[in-house]
Design a protein around this ligand. Structure first.
Ligand code: DGY
Length: 344
């Protein structure tokens, strides 16, 4: 066995990220398939790893940490959301968990706004009409949509991405409402002229577009369910680029079927992937894309590099650029200095 720390990467990430790991002297084992490893394969391949660079598709829990063994020091997630990792369990074991915020903010916000506009102006339906050979003439009532400019945007979750979406809205002369119970009114609101809604319902009843930007967890599971959808305006469009289970899928199907909301534009769904015969796909006003909001070449490159740098930093006993369980970092740095001096 070589003395180099072993790192398991759960999918071929962009080369720039892999180069960071290799240049740092890691022994890099990459899962060479476009689909994620099965649970059994994941458990087998993490054995003996000092670091795991995981995508959002892998559940990293106590079982994976056990399989990796006591040498596992870092789980680096190639995403901003870390709901696929049992962070509490990692913290208990002294394992640092890192993620890739900031580098994807603007790209994800671009995409959320693109979804909003596509659904409002019925662009996918228009594309289908042309492709099906049904474009017969210009017509005054053809594919009438909803104006984006001058509308009211409700941003649920006013973190980095929510604020970046709100900035885009101000360029369209939109009124912005935002809901984020933990965040008092402040400079972020002033920057985009947002009005804080303490109560989610106040935002829902007044918005033409509702865009979701909360992290997923027990507190946000099915945040948008029957009651929330009932509160929305009948022409309002729901945009979700956060995590699928923030929206109760069955409730959304009911709302769309009953015409209680105007439409939905979803980058994320529950389940993922959405089967082609799923009822959500039967509504022309429901647009679904396969979880690609951060998928620009530049941003995926930055994410791969940041995920790799996070991982290497922990193995070197340095502070990683973005640790989720910050409380672990000091301990890990001290331990690493002890155990790993001179290895990387
Ligand atoms: C994230 O980073 O959490 C996104 O969902 C993947 O781009």
């Amino acid at each position: 066995m070589s003395g180099r720390p072993r790192v398991f990467v759960t999918r071929p990430i962009l080369d720039e990220g892999l180069a960071v790991l290799r240049d740092a002297g890691c022994e890099v084992d990459v899962w060479q398939d476009d689909l994620p490893p099965s649970r059994a394969d994941l458990l087998a391949r993490v054995r003996g790893a000092s670091g795991v660079l995981a995508l959002l598709t892998e559940r990293i829990d106590a079982g994976v940490m056990d399989a990796a063994g006591p040498g596992l020091r870092v789980v680096s997630v190639h995403a901003v959301g870390v709901d696929n990792v049992d962070v509490a369990e990692a913290t208990r074991r002294g394992i640092v968990v890192t993620n890739t915020p900031d580098v994807l903010t603007e790209t994800t916000a671009d995409f959320a706004f693109a979804l909003l506009m596509a659904a409002a102006r019925r662009i996918p339906e228009g594309i289908d009409v042309v492709r099906r050979g049904e474009w017969r003439t210009w017509g005054p009532k053809v594919l009438l949509g909803t104006d984006v400019h001058g509308g009211t945007l409700g941003v649920v979750g006013f973190g980095r991405i929510g604020r970046a979406v709100a900035r885009r809205a101000s360029g369209f002369a939109m009124r912005v409402l935002r809901h984020d119970p933990g965040l008092p009114a402040g400079p972020a609101d002033a920057e985009v002229g947002a009005t804080r809604c303490e109560d989610l319902r106040d935002l829902l009843v007044a918005s033409d577009f509702v865009s979701i930007h909360v992290p997923y967890g027990p507190a946000t599971h099915h945040l948008i369910g029957d009651a929330a959808l009932e509160a929305m305006r009948p022409h309002a469009i729901l945009v979700n680029t956060s995590r699928g289970p923030v929206v109760d899928t069955d409730a959304l199907v009911r709302a769309l079927a009953a015409g209680r909301i105007g439409g939905a534009a979803l980058d994320v769904t529950d389940p993922e992937p959405l089967p082609p015969d799923h009822p959500l796909l039967s509504f022309p006003g429901c647009l679904v894309v396969p979880h690609v909001a951060s998928a620009s070449r530049a941003t995926r490159t930055r994410m791969s590099v940041l995920a790799a740098r996070n991982l290497v930093a922990v193995l070197r006993g340095e502070r990683p650029p973005h640790a989720v369980n910050d409380e672990m970092v000091a301990r890990a740095v001290a331990l690493a200095l002890d155990r790993n001096r001179g290895r990387l």
